[in-house]
Ligand binder design. Structure first.
Ligand code: FAD
Length: 345
């Protein structure tokens, strides 16, 4: 395995900011993963795992340790009637969506068009348009950096929640995902729980998995949420803020601050009497509308929740813009937004 030096990282991310990695390696096999970890440990260097760089911001100073891009490929399935799919962590996620549809298996069709690697999906329990990967992940194969061994983590071990898992909370940095096993539904029907999708197919015969995936990609493109060459609105890291989960009283306070009753704004129960509120709504009602901003970092002209790099942005510009929005929303609604993308540190 080759270890490169001083590799610019911005091109490895969809946002396109940040400095170089002091050391950089690609892992094409599990042996490469173990070797890279041993190489970093022998030199007492930190190691960061990179997938497709679609949920990642890199500081302008770059990274002084080893960046390991996990690039293990391959997708396998047994008999047509079997639900299991085994997928290498470096396989682009959308390839798996297409593979599942080509074998007529349901369960991830609404996640079409999400950028990044398959190994990145369990990390923040990727979700969109009524599905999330936690619904279909059976187990995750990892290299355990504490025990120095490969092992499988069960679905329960992964502790999936909204945009959360073991991998980005209690065991952050401990596991390197090398492959993922999914259990899909052969011959299953597409999920049509998301209002925008249901409306699209209202009054029409039941759509196929492929038609639903195509509709999702179309909607995503109209929002700059599909990576399309030449579209400045997709130079982003996807949704920049998580939908905040607040108490019922706080949710009522938010509605009141906008001159509404809670029933008049979108909200979803989030367990234990708490409520999830739409971050995009909070931004818009605090004055941060589509296209907002004058510098190199602005809100997408197609999607309120996506901060975009309009060219030549630096990480510090992203931070300043993020702070402006967080402070503005907190001033107006008393809710502190949390960022969704990870910082390489
Ligand atoms: C235009 C656009 C639209 C998006 N839409 C959505 C959406 O609808 N829903 C959604 O949930 N997300 C969305 N995202 C965010 C992003 O695509 C997902 O979070 C994706 O799963 C990140 O995967 P990645 O391989 O790019 O991870 P990276 O950005 O490379 O890394 C993100 C984190 O995962 C870790 N990681 C990555 N690979 C591994 C591995 N093999 N082992 C261990 N840790 C790993 C990294 O260390 C880092 O902490 C969008 C992003 C963009 C740019």
């Amino acid at each position: 395995m080759e270890i490169q030096e001083h590799v610019p990282l911005a091109p490895y991310t969809t946002f396109g900011v940040g400095g170089p990695a002091r050391w950089f390696a690609h892992a094409n096999t599990e042996a490469d993963v173990a070797e890279a970890v041993a190489w970093a440990e022998a030199r007492d260097l930190p190691l960061f795992v990179l997938g497709g760089g679609s949920n990642l911001l890199v500081p302008d100073s770059g990274y002084t340790g080893v960046v390991l891009q996990v690039d293990l490929r391959g997708m396998a399935k047994d008999q047509p009637s079997f639900p299991q799919f085994w997928v290498g962590a470096g396989e682009p996620w959308d390839n798996l969506v297409d593979f599942a549809i080509s074998t007529n298996c349901a369960g991830i069709e609404c996640l079409a068009g999400i950028p990044g690697s398959t190994g990145g999906t369990p990390v923040q329990n990727v979700g969109a348009y009524g599905q999330e990967v936690a619904q279909t992940i059976q187990q995750v194969r990892v290299y355990d950096r504490e025990r120095h061994e490969f092992r499988w983590l069960s679905h329960a071990d992964c502790r999936f929640r909204y945009r959360e898992s073991l991998f980005n909370t209690t065991a952050r940095g401990r596991y390197i995902v090398t492959s993922v096993e999914f259990s899909l539904t052969p011959g299953g029907k597409p999920t049509l729980t998301y209002a925008e999708l249901r409306e699209r197919f209202a009054g029409k015969p039941e759509p196929t998995l492929g038609e639903v995936a195509a509709a999702v990609r179309e909607i995503r493109q109209s929002k700059g949420m599909l990576l399309v060459d030449g579209d400045p609105d997709c130079r982003s890291a996807g949704s920049f803020f998580k939908n905040p989960v607040v108490s019922l009283e706080q949710a009522q306070g938010v509605a009141a601050a906008a001159g509404l009753r809670l029933e008049q704004m979108r909200h979803w129960p989030a367990g234990d009497g708490s409520m999830k509120l739409p971050a995009a709504w909070l931004l818009e009602h605090a004055g941060f509308v589509k296209g907002y901003g004058e510098g190199q970092v602005r809100i997408s002209s197609k999607h309120t929740l996506a901060l975009t790099n309009r060219g030549g942005a630096h990480y510090v510009d992203v931070l300043a813009f993020q702070q402006e929005i967080v402070a503005g929303v907190e001033r107006k609604f008393g809710v502190r937004l949390e960022r969704e993308p990870v910082t390489l540190e």
